[in-house]
Design a protein around this ligand. Sequence first.
Ligand code: HPA
Length: 269
Amino acid sequence: MSKWQQAIDAIRAKTSIQPKIGLILGSGLGMLADEIEQADVIPYHEIPGFPTSTVEGHAGELVLGTLEGQPVITMKGRFHLYEGHGLDSVTFPIRVMKQLGVEIILVTNAAGGINTEFAAGDLMLITDHLNLMYRNPLIGPNDNELGARFPDMSTAYDPQLRQLAKKVAQSQGISLQEGVYAGVLGPSYETPAEIRMMRTIGADAVGMSTVPEVIVARHAGIKVVGISCISNMAAGILPQPLSHAEVMETAEKVKSIFIGLVKGLIREM
Ligand code: HPA
């Protein structure tokens, strides 16, 4: 039995919900999990093989239920490489979501703005990514049942879902930026020289998550749509230093707009 199969069996024993949409929520949006209705909540430690110990200080929970009329699954407590988790841990929940029947993953994150047309507080629809983590979660033997050895990444961020996101944003009066997300390991923020390099190679925003999850989702044939909250301008653009406090403060400010967009998108999926 695969390690995912044991996890699936444990989850199936605790819920009959068949999620269609997986939500991977970044800084500041985690509380969307609390709005899920008729929720079944499963602590990670009750799921064999599921990674535990998130930075937020609590062990973490899977939440399955209904949001905007759609069957969803989300994680309270996400794993990042900078915490010391391996790629297996970071992407395990995506494999589990696939086995539970998830067809679409909606991923959100906080990111530093590299494109100088952006401002802190903007929302950016992710059109593509640059994997500057220089590691790939698919390295190792390939399970052909799960996906192809050499999966295509040419439409990693689904064009139709991107159109839908733009339509929903427009209907809500949100001016949605668009751009390329560069994924880095962190946890130190970038130097101004690194940001200039990233701009030169085509990045519009930079953050410390998302890329491994998206690679595994695409390998499994799950469609992906991603939205970044530009929580700060990246290093060297403005005179002030970067701080996690600024990231959290901006995320808090745009929270209600961001949640409105995410919910509107889920409703239309
Ligand atoms: N750099 C990397 N990750 C981030 C940033 C940033 O400026 N802001 C939020 N996450």
